[in-house]
Design a protein around this ligand. Structure first.
Ligand SMILES: Cc1cc2nc3c(=O)[nH]c(=O)nc-3n(C[C@H](O)[C@H](O)[C@H](O)COP(=O)(O)OP(=O)(O)OC[C@H]3O[C@@H](n4cnc5c(N)ncnc54)[C@H](O)[C@@H]3O)c2cc1C
Length: 570
């Protein structure tokens, strides 16, 4: 019998719930204020924005989480020296747990902006607190506690879409299948939901959404709140992939006010990587989502505002006689204003040229190979097209979850496009069959569900009963939204930078920069995207200084106290 999986609470409890000593608590006092609560008072409620991280000075605070049926389960009781809070408190988002005073309680409440200042000013203490906040989120992700409940068949395209959105954004959630789960049926009855209306999502706070869009879901669970249309940021970044997140980390840590928009999730393409093995400093490799989650938390720690989902739809300029200001109109009619703009909108996989492929994209054709997709294909045969490193990683990952991977390669071999280490790994996998000089010739299925894939290999047509097709063929730049903006693109739609003596990462328009995969001639690698994210910040400082902004004092006393390091006139 397989050993039961141990929860992170069992394995890392000491790091999740560290105790602070009196001297450390004294150093934290300047960042917060003391508040008193009587027995049974609530310090936080699931679904409501809480006070911030709270250090228990006296008394006892019980933390409970809500299971799929909404019933409370104990997590931990905090005594003097412990602190309550998790990642939501870093950015002022709604709480994922309930907290109640079990004795009269005094707590030191540190609100999100002061918490970020503390994490920067108190390096060693900040590291312990940050680690605890992250591990507590991991614990909630394990159980799905505190997040929304998606009810619907697991292979329904919209269930997959919503589950992927939450998973890629590191938000706990639970999924219930009404065919097998009595709890799902009970919830449907309670909320008068007919099977034809599935999927539905039950948000904490009991609001029910019927097949919501990602933005509706994000609003319901407090992932996004309305943007201030009049605030002018030093820099707006489009895209929260490795390039955009690197810009956010370097710019925010150097005192610039930063807003980052992403239409899907943090991490971009890198977030889809099953295992990145060539990123410096990770000799054992790291999953793309883990690497990117670290970057996302790091950017927030330095105060970057990250808005997901938020799609930059139109770029406008405001000529006010002085330095230009840029306005991004978002898909939902909101706007973001900034003195400079960094475009890090990356690339997306090209759609295979087969007539009816769109019919199957909701539930059977996948552009990612994450645990969400792997669960759907467990024990089945799957087909995968592509010959680059991303196709190789996906093949290796899927091979550990499915019965067989048919890897369909148009060219004569993998050698021209895939790293040697991946080719060797694939060669060692008994359940992967690589077919070179092979192209898909047809897809068959019903009601959006694939039933068979046909391919042509060396003159013969083969038909296999396959329900899932993974698509990892070349990428196109995400630049459609720039139509009419006047930004110069190359023949394939990538953004041209550094032309006519401009700064290396500057586009054809001053004040607008492009980095990472979206930039013409860039190296399509995580490290290159991160490097360009760091590099562009130096260029931004020079640009902002040239346009008459005040100089920036990096690492000044203001940073330690969490005050502004840059007096930016708005
Ligand atoms: C499966 C896979 C595995 C990979 N493995 C590796 C590897 O092992 N090693 C390696 O070095 N590289 C790897 N790569 C390549 C690497 O991930 C990319 O080079 C890198 O992610 C590029 O980063 P980026 O930030 O420029 O763009 P992206 O990662 O593409 O991020 C762009 C972001 O912009 C957002 N966006 C697009 N348009 C808009 C808009 N209009 N408004 C708002 N947001 C928008 C997107 O949602 C996306 O999140 C892999 C790629 C894939 C797909």
């Amino acid at each position: 019998m397989a050993a039961p999986t141990r929860s992170i609470i069992d394995t890392r409890a000491d790091q999740m719930f560290p105790m602070l000593d009196p001297a450390e608590i004294d150093r934290m006092r300047r960042f917060g204020e003391v508040r008193h609560f009587e027995v049974d008072d609530a310090l936080s409620h699931v679904g409501q924005v809480g006070l911030g991280v709270s250090v228990v000075l006296a008394g006892a605070v019980e933390i409970t989480r809500r299971n799929q049926a909404g019933r409370s389960e104990p997590v931990v009781t905090h005594l003097p020296g412990a602190f309550m809070g998790e990642l939501a408190q870093l950015s002022g988002r709604p709480s994922l747990v309930d907290a109640h005073a079990r004795k009269p309680v005094d707590v030191l409440v540190i609100p999100p902006d002061r918490l970020r200042a503390l994490l920067i000013a108190e390096a060693e203490l900040g590291e312990r607190i940050m680690r605890a906040l992250i591990l507590r989120r991991v614990g909630l992700l394990e159980t799905g506690a505190g997040g929304p409940v998606i009810i619907g068949p697991p292979d329904n395209g919209d269930v997959l879409r919503l589950a992927s959105f939450l998973r890629r954004n590191g938000h706990p959630h639970a999924q219930l299948d009404p065919a097998t789960d009595a709890e799902a049926k009970a919830l449907m009855e309670r909320h008068h939901v007919e099977p034809a209306e599935l999927p539905v999502v039950l948000c904490p706070g009991e609001e029910l959404l019927r097949n919501p869009t990602e933005i509706e879901l994000a609003r319901c669970i407090g992932l996004v709140s309305p943007l201030d249309p009049d605030r002018v940021y030093d820099v707006a970044v489009v895209g929260a992939g490795p390039a955009g997140l690197a810009t956010a980390v370097y710019a925010a840590s150097e005192g610039l006010s930063v807003v980052v928009l992403d239409c899907r999730s943090f991490g971009g393409q890198a977030g889809a990587s099953a295992r990145i093995e060539n990123y410096l400093g990770f000799p054992t490799g790291i999953t793309g989502i883990a690497l990117m989650a670290r970057a996302y938390n790091q950017a927030q720690k330095f105060g970057a505002e990250i808005v997901i989902p938020a799609e930059a739809a139109v770029l406008e300029s405001e000529g006010n006689g002085g330095a230009p200001r840029f306005t991004l109109r978002l898909g939902d009619d909101q706007r973001v204003r900034a003195c400079s703009l960094v475009i890090a909108s990356g690339a997306r996989y090209r759609r295979l040229a087969v007539d009816n492929i769109a019919d199957y994209e909701a539930s059977s054709v996948h552009f990612w190979a994450s645990p969400v997709e792997a669960k759907l294909c467990a024990g089945q045969e799957v087909a995968l097209i592509g010959a680059g490193n991303s196709a190789g990683q996906a093949t290796v990952y899927l091979a550990s979850r499915v019965a067989k991977v048919w890897m369909l390669v148009r060219g004569p071999s993998l050698a021209a496009s895939m790293s040697r280490y991946l080719i060797e790994r694939i060669e060692g996998l008994p359940n992967v069959e690589v077919l070179t000089s092979t192209a898909i010739s047809g897809l068959e299925g019903e009601n959006g569900v694939l039933q068979a894939v046909r391919w042509r290999t060396r003159g013969a047509e083969v038909r296999r009963p396959i329900r899932h097709l993974f698509n990892f063929i070349g990428a196109d730049p995400n630049t459609d939204w720039l139509a009419g903006s006047g930004i110069a693109l190359d023949a394939k739609g990538f953004i041209v930078t550094g032309a006519n003596g401009g700064a290396p990462l500057q586009t054809s328009r001053p004040g607008i920069f492009a980095i990472g995969d979206v930039r013409a001639g860039s190296v399509k690698r995580v490290a290159a995207a991160v490097g360009e994210g760091a590099q562009v910040v130096a260029t931004l400082h020079a640009y902002l200084a040239d346009t008459g902004r005040e100089p920036i004092v990096v690492g000044g006393a203001g940073a330690a106290a969490g005050g502004t390091m840059r007096g930016v006139p708005k």
